[in-house]
Design a binder for this molecule. Structure first.
Ligand SMILES: Nc1nc2c(ncn2[C@@H]2O[C@H](COP(=O)(O)OP(=O)(O)OP(=O)(O)O)[C@@H](O)[C@H]2O)c(=O)[nH]1
Ligand SMILES: [Zn+2]
Length: 191
């Protein structure tokens, strides 16, 4: 695996002070966002957050992404740990395809049906960069912030001990209720 890595730089934010390190794998650039005390932690809190430009940046109400990112950065700034900003937009179908999926959702498809209709699996994400980042940062055990059973399965398959799971549940709204109930009922998410 050919990965380009950056040096570590300071990143003060409205949530608190972090340190960041970037990783480039093929055409995707990812970020490790660490609390200042990260190296001293025995089992850090970790959030693997997949990119959602419409939610994270534009504040879209169609999903829970921005709220989850906000919750994670606040929590990790206070309690110590790492957010991996995993640049796999739209569960890794990319922005053009995600917007096409949204257009199908405007016609009544749910988040899974729209992906399938476009010829994708419900989730096309690849977590190999997460494995690389865990090795690079020396992570052997952690507390994972997620509702997604696939992320838990993946992290455990790396031989990493998840000592605790912290739910990433945020307030829903009338635009994301359907999305959240599809995640719960058809993707096994723990809400
Ligand atoms: N294809 C597609 N992707 C979506 C849609 N809504 C959100 N996404 C993407 O779904 C991903 C959400 O990722 P995460 O925040 O890691 O959340 P998750 O896999 O649901 O798991 P947890 O939040 O950890 O429980 C992001 O890549 C979003 O861009 C959608 O309707 N269609
Ligand atoms: Zn989103």
């Amino acid at each position: 695996m050919n990965i380009q890595i950056s040096n570590i730089a300071k990143l003060p934010t409205k949530y608190g002070k972090f340190k960041i390190k970037a990783y480039k794998q093929e055409n995707q650039e990812h970020l490790a966002i660490m609390s200042e005390d990260f190296e001293t932690l025995d089992s850090p809190y970790i959030r693997i957050h997949s990119e959602c430009l419409t939610g994270d940046t534009l504040g879209s109400l169609k999903c829970d992404c921005q709220n989850q990112l906000d919750l994670s950065l606040k929590f990790i700034s206070l309690n110590g740990g790492l957010v991996i900003y995993h640049r796999q937009e739209g569960r890794n179908i990319g922005l053009v395809n995600k917007v096409n999926a949204y257009a199908l959702q405007d016609l009544g498809r749910n988040t899974i049906e729209a992906n399938l209709e476009l010829g994708f699996k419900e989730d096309e994400r690849d977590y190999s960069i997460v494995k690389y980042i865990f090795e690079d940062l020396g992570i052997k055990k952690l507390k994972l912030i997620t509702n997604n059973p696939k992320k838990i399965e993946y992290v455990e398959s790396l031989g990493i001990n998840i000592v605790e799971r912290i739910p990433a549940i945020t307030k829903s709204n009338k635009y994301n209720e359907g999305y959240i109930s599809t995640k719960k009922e058809q993707m096994g998410h723990m809400f």
